[in-house]
Ligand binder design. Structure first.
Ligand SMILES: *Cc1c(COP(=O)(O)O)cnc(C)c1O
Length: 389
C-alpha cells in the first residue's frame, strides 16, 4: 500500500464495540488481569500498556503513522515539539560531547544549545546552513557526537544539503538529528539521507488547525530506546486527547500540504512584484539562492514565505494594522494564514548581529500561508503593503 492509504488506514485494533472512527483512550492507567501479569509487564517479559506516561493506544496510533511517514523504526510522542528536541539531545549525549549544528534554528532550540546544554558540559559549533561540505567537516571534533539541523530554517528558509550532511555523519559515525517540522514528511524524508533521529513539532502541520500542542521524535531502534528510557522516567508524555486530535489531523496532511504549497508559491510570486517589498524568500522561487537544492530534496516549497518590507518597525505595525484576513500570531502550520514579525517575537532574544546572519531584519515578515482562497490572500497582502507605503 502507498503511504497515503496507510496514513488513512493505520488505526488501533477495533474494540468489541466495532467503532469505525478511532477511539480515544482517555485513561491514565491500564488494568492487570492478575498479579502475575503486573509483574510480567513491569519486568518486560510481557509487552503491553501499564500507565499513560509510558504508553497509550491512542498515542501509539499517532506514533505508528509518523514512523510510517518518516520510514523510521520507532518513535516517542511528547507534549510539545521542544520536549522532543530536548529529549533527543539529552537522551543521546553526555557531558563532554559536542554538537555540530546549523546556525539557523528555531528560537528555543537555539536557547537549549547555547544556554542549557553547556551547563552539563555539552558544547556546540554553529555552521551556516548553506556552508560548503569542507566547512561542515572542519567543525567536526574528536568529541563530536551529533549533527543537528533544520531545513528549511525558521524564519530565513535557508536549506541544508541533507545528502551532503548525511555523508559526513556516516563517515564520522555521528548521530544525524533533523527537525523536519517545516517541510513535513510529505515534502522530504530525511531518513533517505541517513538521518537517524527526526523530530517534529506536531503543533504545526500535523494538527494543521492550531488546536493542540504536541511533539514527536522518531528514528532507529537503538537511539529511540534511549529516548524512551529518558521520557518514561522524566514524563514529557503526549496527552491521549491531543494524540487523538493529531492522528485525525494526519489523515488530511497530504491534502492540506498540496494546497498550502500551491498557495504559498502563488503568494510568493505575487509579493515579488509589490512596491514596498525589498525581498521575498521561498525555496521554490527561482530567486532563492538554493533553488536547485530545494528542487532536489523537496517535492514542493512548503507553506512558509518570508518577505522583507522596506522601512522599520513602524512600517511593520502599519502593515499589520491593515491586514484584514491574515491573523497576527506566532504559530504556523494552521489552515488560517498567520503572520509574525520574527525580529520582535519568535527571535526577539537573538542578538542583532546573529539576527542579521539569520536573515532577520526589522522589516522581516514570516507568513504561514493557509488554505484560504489565494486570490483573497494576494489582495489582502497587496493592499496592506501598498497602504503602509
Ligand atoms: C514550533 C517549532 C518547534 C517547537 O515546537 P513546540 O510544539 O512549539 O514545542 C520546533 N521546531 C520548529 C521548526 C518549530 O517550528
Amino acid at each position: 500500500m502507498k503511504k497515503q492509504t496507510k496514513l488513512i488506514r493505520i488505526q488501533t485494533e477495533k474494540t468489541q464495540f466495532r467503532e469505525h472512527s478511532t477511539p480515544l483512550y482517555l485513561t491514565s492507567s491500564f488494568c492487570f488481569e492478575d498479579a502475575q501479569m503486573g509483574k510480567d509487564l513491569f519486568d518486560n517479559t510481557l509487552e503491553g500498556n501499564i500507565y499513560s506516561r509510558f504508553s497509550n493506544p491512542t498515542v501509539q496510533e499517532f506514533v505508528d503513522k509518523v514512523c510510517m511517514l518518516e520510514d523510521a523504526d520507532e518513535g516517542i510522542a511528547t507534549a510539545t515539539g521542544m520536549a522532543a528536541v530536548f529529549a533527543g539531545f539529552v537522551a543521546n549525549l553526555v557531558s563532554g560531547d559536542h554538537i555540530v549544528s546549523s546556525k539557523a534554528l528555531f528560537g528555543s532550540a537555539h536557547q537549549i544549545i547555547t544556554q542549557i546544554l553547556p551547563n552539563w558540559g555539552i558544547t556546540h559549533t554553529y555552521i551556516d546552513a548553506s556552508a560548503p561540505k569542507e566547512e561542515w567537516e572542519k567543525a567536526i571534533q574528536p568529541n563530536t557526537k551529533m549533527i543537528y539541523l533544520e531545513t528549511p530554517s525558521n524564519p530565513g528558509l535557508e536549506l541544508v544539503d541533507m545528502e551532503m550532511v548525511g555523508e559526513l555523519a556516516k563517515n564520522h559515525n555521528l548521530i544525524y538529528f533533523v527537525d523536519n517540522c517545516f517541510a513535513t514528511p510529505m515534502l522530504q524524508t530525511p531518513s533517505e539521507y541517513g538521518a537517524n533521529l527526526i523530530v517534529h513539532s506536531a503543533t504545526k502541520f500535523f494538527d494543521g488547525q492550531g488546536r493542540v500542542l504536541g511533539g514527536i521524535i522518531v528514528g532507529t531502534k537503538a537511539l529511540i530506546e534511549k529516548v524512551r528510557f529518558f521520557c518514561r522516567q522524566t514524563g514529557p508524555s503526549l496527552a491521549p486527547f491531543n494524540a487523538w486530535v493529531l492522528t485525525k489531523g494526519l489523515e488530511t496532511l497530504g491534502l492540506r500540504l498540496d494546497r498550502h504549497c500551491e498557495n504559498a508559491l502563488k503568494l510568493a510570486k505575487a509579493l515579488e512584484g509589490v512596491k514596498g517589498v525589498k525581498k521575498v524568500n521561498y525555496p521554490f522561487l527561482p530567486s532563492h539562492p538554493q533553488y536547485e537544492l530545494a528542487k532536489k530534496q523537496m517535492t514542493a516549497g512548503g507553506a512558509l514565505v518570508t518577505f522583507e518590507l522596506e522601512g522599520g518597525f513602524e512600517r511593520v505595525v502599519k502593515f499589520t494594522k491593515l491586514l484584514k484576513i491574515a491573523s497576527l500570531t506566532s504559530n504556523l502550520g494552521d489552515s488560517r494564514t498567520t503572520v509574525t514579525n520574527p525580529d520582535t517575537t519568535t527571535h526577539a532574544k537573538v542578538s542583532k548581529e546573529d539576527k542579521a546572519k539569520l536573515g532577520i531584519f526589522e522589516g522581516s515578515m514570516r507568513v504561514s500561508v493557509g488554505l484560504e482562497d489565494i486570490e483573497d490572500l494576494i489582495e489582502d497582502f497587496t493592499q496592506a503593503i501598498e497602504g503602509s507605503n
